[in-house]
Design a protein around this ligand. Structure first.
Ligand SMILES: [Zn+2]
Length: 264
């Protein structure tokens, strides 16, 4: 039997669109069909994912072996990049969902000419309210006047939480994907507050364009972090605490007093 990874076919199955008229329905059936036909579980490596029956509100797919849930967001795009944001549904539903214990993992797909260009896994433990951007309410003239949607700010998620499965039309090695997922687990925390601090400070560290950096370079993000965490007046203390956690988790090392180095 052929290994499904070796045979990963990036083309959509056009037969799945037969009988559908609207563009949004067609894009849903072809992209979800592609996941059913081609995608393995990026968490435990099981060869297939199962589709939830229609209108299941929590997620689109699940893994029979490890019980993980997955939601798919896809967008047609001519550019090869995945983009910095992706539109999602209602803002309030999204915030409720990411703070719940059954928050699904997210697949972000971009495609063009009936083929997958990019597919990224964002593990559920990388979702924080800070990466959900509220869109302006729909105008009074709109059918759903007052409805508030949201965007997921993919660009604000640390590197470890953006795991490519297909990049620029090339599938990544399945074992590499699973290894990256397992490595990202060290960033999982219990409370939403500690998740926010850890991921926000990691993102600041990633934005420093050097492998070696100083405590003062991270302190430069103090005002920005204060805005994200208005309830905390001891931002510098929090920064030092998160740097220690990132050291304990193997993402950075302390080289000398006030000096650090990124490990990955
Ligand atoms: Zn699984």
């Amino acid at each position: 039997m052929l290994n499904r990874f070796v045979s990963m076919n990036l083309q959509f199955d056009s037969n799945r669109a037969i009988g559908y008229k609207s563009g949004s329905q067609i894009s849903r059936v072809i992209t979800e069909g592609w996941i059913s036909d081609n995608m393995y579980c990026p968490i435990c490596g099981a060869p297939i994912l199962s589709h939830y029956t229609a209108n299941k509100p929590v997620a689109d797919f699940y893994c029979d072996e490890c019980s993980s849930d997955f939601e798919l967001k896809s967008r047609e795009s001519k550019t090869s990049h995945i983009g910095r944001t992706i539109a999602d549904g209602a803002y309030r539903t999204m915030i409720e969902r990411i703070t719940s214990s059954r928050n699904p993992n997210l697949f972000v797909m971009t495609y063009s000419d009936w083929a997958v260009n990019n597919l990224m896994l964002i593990p559920n433990h990388f979702f924080t309210p800070a990466i959900i951007e509220k869109r302006p309410p729909l105008k009074d003239t709109a059918q759903r006047a007052g409805w508030v949607g949201c965007n997921i700010e993919i660009g604000d998620i640390p590197q470890s939480g953006r795991i490519f499965i297909v990049k620029n039309s090339v599938p990544e090695d399945k074992h590499k994907v699973i290894d990256l997922y397992n490595r990202s687990l060290s960033l999982r925390t219990d409370s939403m507050d500690s998740r926010g601090w850890l991921l926000d400070v990691l993102k600041c560290v990633e934005r420093i364009p050097f492998k070696s950096f100083t405590l003062n370079q991270v302190y430069a993000f103090e005002v920005e972090l204060q805005v994200k965490h208005p309830g905390n007046n001891f931002v510098k203390d929090k920064i030092r605490q998160q740097l220690q956690l990132l050291r304990d988790k193997g993402f950075i090392e302390f080289t000398s007093r006030g000096n650090y180095r990124k490990i990955i």
